[in-house]
Design a protein around this ligand. Structure first.
Ligand SMILES: [Zn+2]
Length: 154
């Protein structure tokens, strides 16, 4: 545990080198993934009596079906950054398509706050061009990443 705590401190990252730095980001993201899954399981368990009271088991409206699967399949694709900020691109399975599951990507923006990392922005890949389009993409105008928080991100 002492070793892990040591690696979780961004302020000393510059002495550890890039490999150790990326390890702290990876640890932070894995912790986020696992905690998010646990939170979602608790939400689903709390909603079960409400769902059973008003809906048949196969009614999908407002059921949150697939949300847990999306969370459980999320994994890191790549990461980049300095000892003060980083971006992490992840991929996850989306089960809602009739033609079969699709893989979507997401980009997290993370910054060092005190001894911790915190996410300050999360963007989704443009699904119209799959992050490959130029300014002619009607959805992202070539920006590739979209956030409801600030519209089209640069
Ligand atoms: Zn696009």
């Amino acid at each position: 545990m002492v070793h892990d705590h040591f690696l979780d401190m961004p302020l000393i990252v510059s002495n550890l080198g890039i490999h150790a730095f990326m390890k702290t980001i990876e640890n932070f993201m894995q912790d986020l993934f696992q905690t998010r899954i646990a939170e979602q399981k608790e939400i689903l368990a709390n909603r079960a009596p409400y769902r059973q009271k008003f809906f048949t088991p196969d009614c999908r409206w407002d059921s949150r079906v697939g949300t847990l699967e999306m969370m459980e399949t999320e994994r890191i694709v790549s990461s980049d950054g300095s000892d003060m900020k980083a971006t992490v691109i992840t991929a996850y399975n989306v089960p809602f398509y009739a033609s079969g599951p699709q893989t979507h990507r997401r980009r997290y923006h993370i910054k060092a706050v005190g001894d911790n990392w915190l996410v300050w922005l999360v963007e989704n890949e443009c699904l119209a061009c799959r992050g490959e389009g130029d300014e002619n993409c009607i959805n992202c105008k070539g920006q590739h990443w979209l956030s409801s928080q600030r519209g089209i991100a640069s």
